[in-house]
Design a protein around this ligand. Structure first.
Ligand code: NAD
Length: 246
């Protein structure tokens, strides 16, 4: 019996990186995954996975969000939402960020997750259960040089999540945040971000510096989505190898 047996989960940005690793782990644990992905290559990775319903969706578009939720309901309900999709901002500093970068990053990293939470919460309230996992970042805790829009979006997502956690606990709904450190995915711009991140890590942390495998984040998501985490609500879980522990 899997730890997510019989649950229906929406995972966004499911076609690559931590979203793909999480989709595979959720499927192994018995969930049915509605896998939301914007890119063709990502959708191709999802199509043949048993138990997975791949849906082309831009999570920054309300109609696409509504279609994801409708798909989950057709499959029997909506137990888990995992807002994983996110984009970078080219490390633009606050003094140089353009309107279009700001709007796009906030739309995908903050407004999209809000729209999916807003659509899912009434369903979860009726069922009197549900779990929402939102992926922030260690950039949700601290600032760094550049990355103003990304940092603002990831700070904002923690605030949104805490508000949901505090508001909906009486309905049996949990909302938690995963804050990854440096994870080996496509987002790392062919390794540049990884190197930059690890250089910073070495300067600022006494912990052993390495990037993580996406499955190390996916395993945390499985736990948080499962009933084993029944009393974990409103928590922000760093999955960063100790980066922010100093
Ligand atoms: N990689 C890291 O080191 C790192 C560190 C901290 C936080 N994060 C966060 O973790 C999450 C996952 O990151 P990743 O590294 O796995 O990313 P990734 O770029 O490897 O994969 C993200 C996936 O999301 C999809 N996507 C992008 N915009 C979308 C949209 N509007 N609608 C639907 N799908 C969309 C992409 O096509 C891609 O398949 C993001 O929220 C990211 O900000 C990543």
């Amino acid at each position: 019996m899997g730890r997510l047996e019989g649950k229906v989960a929406i995972i966004t940005g499911a076609g690559a990186g931590m979203g793909l690793a999480s989709t595979k782990r959720f499927l192994e644990e018995g969930a049915h995954v509605v896998a939301a992905e914007i890119a063709d290559e990502g959708l191709a990775r999802l199509r043949d996975l048993p138990g997975c319903t791949a849906v082309r969706a831009n999570i920054a578009v309300q109609a696409d969000v509504d279609e994801l939720v409708a798909t989950a309901e057709r499959l029997g309900g909506l137990d888990i939402v995992f807002n994983n999709a996110g984009i970078m901002d080219g490390f633009k500093m606050a003094g140089e960020v353009t309107d279009s970068i700001w709007e796009r990053v906030i739309a995908v990293n903050l407004t999209g997750p809000m729209m999916l939470c807003r659509a899912a919460l009434p369903i979860m309230q009726r069922a009197r259960r549900g779990v929402i996992i939102n992926t922030s970042s260690i950039a949700g805790f601290t600032g760094a040089k550049g990355g103003a829009a990304y940092t603002a979006s990831k700070h904002g997502l923690i605030g949104l999540s805490r508000s949901i956690a505090a508001t909906y606990a009486p309905d049996g709904i949990r909302c938690v945040v995963i804050a990854p450190g440096s994870v080996a995915t496509g987002m790392e711009l062919g390794g540049q971000l990884s190197q930059r991140a690890l250089d910073t890590f070495k300067k600022t942390s006494g912990a052993s510096p390495r990037g993580s495998d996406p499955v190390e984040v996916a395993n945390v998501a499985v736990f948080l989505a499962s009933d084993e985490a029944s009393f974990v609500n409103g928590a922000v879980i760093a999955v960063d190898g100790g980066w922010t522990a100093f």
